[in-house]
Design a protein around this ligand. Structure first.
Ligand SMILES: [Zn+2]
Length: 280
């Protein structure tokens, strides 16, 4: 197959219903596992709380073949929740090479916002690197073929992630839960990526992340919760939720000495642009 597969933006009708064409007066949680079992008892309530807090769009990345169904169900039930399809690098126990064909079929069945969550994890030592790399590379090729951005999990693996991105050109994406050097951040930016910031930088001792959050160009930053994971400092070790996104944005606003509304509008515009959701 040589042609790319472009279709109209799946979110366009929703965006046209938003109040203003000029200001993006809502937040986007660019990485939220609302389909996770942790939300089974309170999914409706957490979705409603997020919407009430101004989080109008949530990107819900799949993590395995089996999660295609739970992500699809969440995205059908909740307006503004948009799916990404992918096989997560930490779940090697459940992936099989045939799942790549199922991923392709899923992309054909329902065009996602991105291919994700994919990537490499060198923090968890028992994960076989060659197997991770195989799934990561094959999924990059799918993203390239379908002209989709990618949602990257890149824990302790930024240079290896970047090496493959230079070889297999995709239309950009998001380095989710970014943590790395300013040089690595710049390499992602040069390749058309935004850097995802969430609960981790709200912890006072997260010096590297807090410095990045202040020093990086605002055009490079998108917000995320990674719910139910990566809780912000005010939740401690509890369950994170998409309704926390505005408060995470507030921390960024304080660190950068900006107004919350300006952080909201800029990060929303960045997310819309990198995910190909802009109005025209
Ligand atoms: Zn995730």
């Amino acid at each position: 197959m040589t042609a790319t597969h472009k279709t109209a933006s799946p979110v366009a009708p929703f965006l046209h219903a938003t109040p203003s064409d000029t200001a993006a007066a809502y937040f986007i949680d660019t990485h939220c596992h609302l389909d996770a079992a942790e939300f089974n008892a309170e999914r409706d309530a957490e979705y409603a709380r997020a919407v009430a807090a101004g989080v109008a769009i949530q990107i819900i990345p799949a993590v395995s073949r089996d999660s295609f169904a739970t992500v699809a169900a969440a995205c059908e039930r909740y307006p503004g929740c948009l799916p990404a399809w992918g096989l997560h690098p930490m779940l090697l126990d459940v992936h099989h090479p045939e799942h790549l064909a199922e991923l392709r079929a899923q992309i054909e069945k329902k065009r996602p916002i991105a291919v994700g969550e994919i990537g490499l994890d060198l923090f968890v030592s028992h994960l076989d690197y060659a197997t991770q790399e195989y799934f990561y590379v094959e999924q990059l090729k799918l993203a390239q073929e379908y002209d989709l951005p990618v949602l990257l999990h890149c824990r302790k693996a930024n240079d290896k992630i970047l090496k493959h991105l230079r070889k297999i050109k995709v239309r950009g994406g998001i380095a989710h839960a970014f943590n790395g050097s300013p040089q690595q951040a710049n390499e992602f930016i040069k390749l058309g990526f935004k850097l995802g910031f969430g609960g981790a930088f709200t912890w006072p001792r997260a010096n590297n992340l807090r410095r990045l959050a202040v020093d990086l160009p605002l055009e490079a930053i998108v917000l995320e919760t990674d719910s139910p994971d990566i809780p912000p400092v005010w939740i401690g070790h509890g369950r994170n939720a998409p309704g926390e996104l505005p408060r995470i944005a507030q921390v960024l606003a304080e660190l950068r000495q900006m107004e919350l509304a300006d952080i909201r509008d800029a990060t929303t515009r960045n997310a819309l642009a990198v995910l190909g959701l802009t109005h025209d």
